[in-house]
Design a protein. Structure first.
Length: 230
């Protein structure tokens, strides 16, 4: 059995994917010792140096961010500072969605076949329970979840690219807005705008988690009722 798996090309494609994930971790360590700005204000200054190319550079930074594990929060805040709430939201959401799609496609190209072969008939159950449009949207919406793992996980599942892209865009845009708004408000700490922005960030975490908890509770209650009826 082991020899058959090792001889399977899909196994090596999956192994290559795991190596890629490990390399991104190594790049993150190297980046930590580099000269990349580590504060929103410093990052804004770096973006400003690019002039009219600033939006393109910022969007590109968001697209490659998952592969070097650069903090998304830092980029979100810098976008609000550099471009304002509206444009900062647009550039961040576009770049983040592009980066998610790239990660999804890498995982799909290198690892999906192997996963399908190993799960067999259980694949549909895994997809239904773990990687749907609603789940991907909510996980991208909540700031505490690592979106890089979401992208890789969805790519290794049987989820289609178009629904995944739509789910990421729907989830990441409100998140981008909340952070851009908060980043812009850092210029006016203590103001009403700052308080509203901070409240919005808290709500962005609490509300989706609360909704998800309630949906799970209802699902468990329904399952328990069906079991009792039997």
């Amino acid at each position: 059995m082991l020899r058959a798996i090792v001889r399977d090309r899909r196994f090596w494609r999956f192994a290559l994917f795991l190596v890629l994930v490990a390399m991104t971790g190594a790049l993150a360590i190297v980046r930590a010792g580099g000269g990349v700005p580590h504060t929103p204000l410093a990052l804004r200054e770096m973006i400003a140096q690019w002039g009219v190319l600033g939006p393109l550079v910022f969007t590109g930074m968001f697209a490659v961010r998952p592969f070097v594990f650069f903090p998304s929060t830092l980029l979100f805040l810098a976008g609000g500072l550099a471009f304002g709430v509206g444009w900062g939201t647009l550039y961040a959401a576009t770049g983040a969605t592009l980066g998610a799609v790239i990660g999804f496609l890498i995982a799909r190209a290198l690892g999906s076949d192997f996963v399908r072969a190993q799960l067999g008939d259980h694949l549909s159950a895994v997809e239904a329970n773990r990687w749907g449009v609603g789940l991907v949207c909510v996980l991208n919406l909540i700031p505490v979840f690592p979106v890089t793992l979401i992208n890789y996980g969805a790519g290794l599942s049987g989820m289609s690219l178009l629904p995944f892209t739509a789910a990421v865009a729907l989830g990441i845009t409100p998140r981008a807005f909340a952070y851009s708004f908060f980043g812009h408000s850092l210029l006016h700490i203590g103001s009403r705008q700052f308080i509203v922005a901070l409240t919005l960030l808290v709500a962005l975490v609490v509300i989706p988690l609360s909704v998800r908890y309630r949906l799970r509770a209802r699902s468990r209650a329904a399952a328990a009722s069906e079991t009792a009826a039997l």
